[in-house]
Design a binder for this molecule. Sequence first.
Ligand code: RIB
Ligand code: CA
Length: 313
Amino acid sequence: MSARKIIIDTDPGQDDAVAILLALASPEEIEVLGITAVAGNVPLPLTSKNARIVCELAGKHDVKVYAGCDRPLGRDLVTAEHVHGKTGLDGPVLPDPQMPLQEQHAVDFIIDTLRAHKPGTVTLCPLGPLTNIAMAFEKAPDIMDRVQEIVLMGGAYFEVGNITPAAEFNIYVDPQAAHIVFKSPAPKVVMPLDVTHKALVTKPRNDAFRALGTKVGIAVAEMTDFFERFDKEKYGSNGAPLHDPCVTAYLIKPELFSGRYINVEIETHSELTMGMTVADWWGVSGREANALFIGDVDADGFFDLLTERLARL
Ligand code: RIB
Ligand code: CA
């Protein structure tokens, strides 16, 4: 089967970095058409720099990286340095990127790429706030029907919020954008905290990254060593949750994951629950299903796949 063509939209972020590395290590299954950076974990100048740092860490200097939106559609930017550190990639010491940013704006790259490829052949993989994707849909509504699938990390139901009591960070930062994306006709697969909190980098798993003995393996071990603090303190987790790599792993081995095709709506009015993903897991609303909402993962299988692929870089 030919590799799936994807655009990764991202706000690196240590977990974004691991998701990008997994994608770049899997050319049989994934062809990365480009990486688009968005403001999220840290401001856009850093996310667009970090995306290039990660590509160069993978030895993939020819990947095209585009800078996108530097703030949400209708709200002030909220960042997460308390989780990811002031650079957004705290942990390893990695060299500044040599590869340039592309001139074109990320939103225009998304539009042009979807228009240039046959309908249903390009998958969008948002790993941060959905601002770039929503802007592209607003600017060029014709592309919505051309999207093969949107496989995104965001939201929560049983796990509720990680940035407010009700909302997960990616959706909370730009709820208006999330509403536009979830309202779109494009088929959607959602990786919420419900599943990503089951993909924890326990010490044996971190040791396995480090035991690769490669630049990539050691850097990933150092990233997750840093990144785990927030979740360990807040949830008492047994390691860092690898949120964004669930998206890439799904593209490679969907059988590792399970969920329900349900209705998911976004709270965009109440400040109390702003950005909440109202996921009708029990089918009580009568609203039409619009997303495959993932609730479970074979965590050992996930880490076996991730470690095996990282060893290739
Ligand atoms: O809530 C987790 C999500 O927010 C992840 O994508 C992480 O990188 C941050 O963007
Ligand atoms: Ca992210």
